[in-house]
Every structure is written in C-alpha cells, then in structure tokens.
Design a protein around this ligand. Structure first.
Ligand SMILES: [Mg+2]
Length: 281
C-alpha cells in the first residue's frame, strides 16, 4: 500500500474499525475476490471490527445477508450500515411526526415503517415529506406523485444516496441520483442527500461500535462516494483499484485517500505484518 503524498500516513496498527464498501471492494458483481474471506477473518481474529457500508437502498440488510451468504461470506444484519437505515435515523430525528411519501422499493417502505415512521407510497393530503431511494420498482405514477408533492416548497425532499448509476452484470442502470435529476428537471428541487459521500453512515457506524474517527478506516473503490464519505467523517481512507477507479482517475482527482492499494489483498498482507493485540476498549 502506498500513502498518498502530502497526506497523513495510515497508522494501520491503531485502526480498530474497518468500514467496507461492497461491490468493487470485496466482490465484483457475483464474483467474490479470493482474499475477502481471509481478510474479514483476520480482522475478527485480531480483535478488530468491521461493518459493510452500502449506498444501495433497493435492498435491506436482510437482502444483503442473503447475497453475501450466496457469495460465501457469513454475515448478520448487524454487520451492515445501509443508506436506508441512515435515512430512517435522519427522518426520525427531523421529521418523526410527518407522513412520508416513499419513492422507493416495498423493502424500503417496510424498513421505514419498522423504524416507526409514518411512511406511505400513496399520494394523500397528509403527506408532508418526500424520500427517494434506489427504486427498482419505479413507475410513472410514482414520478407523477413525487413531482406533484415537490411543487410545494415546504415539503422536505430527501434522497437515500446520490449515485447516478448502479453497475450490473450487463452494464449500468439509472440509480437514485438519476431519478432525482428527472425530478429536478420537473420541479427545480434538489434533495438533501444521506448516503455516501455524506458522512452520516460512517458516523452512525462509529457511534454503533464506540470507535472514534482516528480508529476508523473507510475502504472503497470510489473516490467521490467512499473516500469522500470517510474524509468528511474525519476517518482514515483506503482506495482500492479493484473496482471503478483507475490510477489515472486518482491522479486527476481532487479527493485524496490516506492510502491506495491495488486491492484488499494488500490490506490483508499489511495486517498480517502487525502483531495481534487485544482490543483496547
Ligand atoms: Mg463500490
């Protein structure tokens, strides 16, 4: 791993919490990287913690547990920090008493309701807040409902994450950010964004585990989401070149990670050089 110029060095021995992006970092599509299981085991065995941090709000943590299980990674729902969970927390903090229209999947709607929010996908006079997620069940009726609601400037507009596209086995498909762009053209409104690159999810993960930013490393393959999120949360950041970002993109970017590696296999090798110490907390 190479530390980036003019940036602070990555003190790996002092890192207690690893926040991993998934696609492009631990696997690619349906292909698990060969070092992933060993890396997660190494982190656990050394008394450290890791959590998976994902922007994709079309799937719940339970859906992700099934996906990781299929790929060969044992996980529980508690191992995830999702943009839908962070959005639910944000809504509970700011709009607890409002009826919220959800432009998202049935899974997202159910998650919000389970969190205690008054969430709906039916347009009524009661609605006084709008949330957009990655809606793989999007219909034109929902776009019409969202456009009508957003005409009222007093109705808050929140997006679970800003990604314009989502990679699939057959190429990219429009994601939450692209739908928000459509709504911007129809209404002139831009959302408050919760997922990466905003720091909410990383802060939530640190709060949940009790570790501070100086003990936390955010690992991901995208500069403008993963690395930007880690930096805004004050954590250390590691860019891996196993997904979207190339060395040329890194050189041209104004977003600098603390360190860069070809892939998480290098992180595993670096961790194997550090003697295991019991958790200080
Ligand atoms: Mg990724």
């Amino acid at each position: 791993m190479t530390n980036k110029r003019k940036e602070k060095a990555l003190p790996l021995a002092g890192i207690r919490l690893f926040l991993f992006d998934l696609d492009g970092t631990l696997y690619l599509g349906e292909r698990l990287f060969p070092y992933t299981v060993g890396l997660l085991e190494k982190i656990r065995r050394s008394g450290r913690r890791y959590l998976f941090m994902t922007n994709n709000s079309s799937k719940s943590a339970a859906d992700y547990v099934r996906k990781l299980d299929r790929l060969g990674i044992a996980a529980t729902e508690e191992d995830f920090v999702t943009s839908s969970e962070a959005t639910a927390q944000y809504l509970l903090a700011h709009y607890r008493d409002r009826c919220i229209y959800v432009g998202g999947t049935r899974s997202l709607l159910a998650e919000f309701r389970a969190a205690g929010l008054d969430a709906t996908d039916i347009l009524t006079d009661k609605v006084h807040c709008v949330v957009c997620g990655f809606d793989t069940e999007l219909t034109f009726r929902k776009l019409e409902d969202l456009s009508r609601l957003l005409r009222d400037p007093d109705i808050p507009f929140i997006a679970t994450h800003p990604d314009l596209v989502c990679p699939t086995e057959y190429g990219a498909v429009p994601d939450c950010g692209a739908v928000c762009e459509m709504l911007y053209h129809a209404t002139g409104r831009r959302p408050t964004v919760i997922g990466k690159p905003e720091p909410f999810m990383a802060r939530m993960a640190m709060q949940r585990t009790g570790y501070g930013p100086e003990q936390t490393l955010v690992v991901g393959d995208r500069l403008y989401t993963d690395i930007a999120c880690g930096r805004r949360a004050g954590a250390y950041t590691l860019l891996v070149l196993s997904g979207e970002t190339t060395e040329e993109m890194l050189r041209a970017s104004s977003i600098h990670p603390t360190a860069c590696a070809a892939d998480c296999g290098e992180l595993l090798s670096a961790l194997e050089c550090i003697p295991d110490t019991p958790d200080a907390l």
